[in-house]
Design a protein around this ligand. Sequence first.
Ligand code: PHE
Length: 463
Amino acid sequence: MEIKRENWGSKTGFILAAAGSAIGLGNIWKFPYIAGENGGASFIIVYLICIGIIGLPVLTAEILIGRTTQRNPVGAFYKLSQSKFWAGLGGMGVVAGFLILSFYAVIAGWAIGYIIEALNGNFYNFTEATSSAVHFNNLVGNIYWMLGYFSLFMLITMIIVFAGVQKGIERGSKILMPILLFLLIILMIRGVTLEGAETGLEFLWYPDWSKINAQSILIALGHAFFTLSLGMGAMLTYGSYMSKKDSVPNSAIQIVFLDTFIALVAGIAIFTSVFAVGLDPAAGPGLIFHTLPSVFIKMPGGYIFSILFFVLLSIAALTSAISLLEVVVSFFVDELKWKRHTAAILLTLIISLLGVPSALSYNILADFTIFGLNFFDLVDFIASNILLPLGGLLIAVFVAWVWGFERVLPNLKEGAEKLFEKYPAIITTWKIFLKYFSPVLIFLVFLHSIGLLDKILNLFTGS
Ligand code: PHE
């Protein structure tokens, strides 16, 4: 079974496509609202630590598995280990892909819906700071609005994956990503110069450690994986199209840098505005939709900027959604021998069905909760905070202990000769992080968040 593999057109092709997968709603929609709910600065510090000491080493490992095997996640782990158990790790990624896309498309639908709101100039009807929140709640309360834009987004994602336009993704990202960054920087400048922005900056700079607990550390860790598209095979799949001439660690560093930079710029733009306008930083998933419209109407050219912003946000979501659907589709095509077109259509339908209760969590199913979470939050929690970190843990264990560094390192060095000549210590550091730090830390966070670690510690301290 030899799969014909496309390669990225250029060295930047991989970086842009991978950055396109990484940069999405996670950076602009999710990061600000979970930071807002978990105390701001302190949460951001924990998140940055997770990105640096767990995200970066695991990202390098995941891309490397893809590039070495040139396979989809299931095939890749099987090829390297000849074991069904490890192939199952790839299968877990496919499940995560199903779950994430099902709720991701709900928010992406909001972004598309807001393009129309912006075009109609509806933000200019807002009379008070809270009008935008009221407006948002009216929209998400309407099941036709919710399901309509949700389905539209799923349809667009399907059409692109159906056609398999690798080239389109690559070319598109090259132009759109820089524009998105530029626009976010403008929004950030507008935010910082708003009257009352200092409170927002304080919220971002001064940590309040009382807000950090096991749960919020798990959320920060989960988000480090979510935002880097890590732990479910998306980066592995994209890495499988990467050339052996390019350096895996260099690419990983660039992706992490770009992704983190965009999240921080978005964070500054949102929080300065939230406090300047007097809104609640812990407003939850609606946060950017509550705040940004009020900022747009306060800036020159706001009408155009608001349209452009939601168009770019939708596109950023689209490039991420494509990578999610691509993982699922490529598994069914490669391993189960489905036709690409059948797979794209059928799987989109199944994911859409799964997404319906998530979409309805904002209206008719709002009171339906499991473990205190509505359906949307529950699927997000299972996928982002359990499956992705667990996937990352197993990827680290796999590379360090199963594949084994004596076989891993020659592959890692291909294309990265220059980097390692200059900084040979990177290899040792990476090995230690992957072998000990990442697995142990992720494991501890898990234990802690299910309360077990406390019980064990109490046994020792006798309290
Ligand atoms: N990284 C994407 C974002 O931040 C979401 C994503 C997660 C995409 C996992 C692919 C795989 O929006």
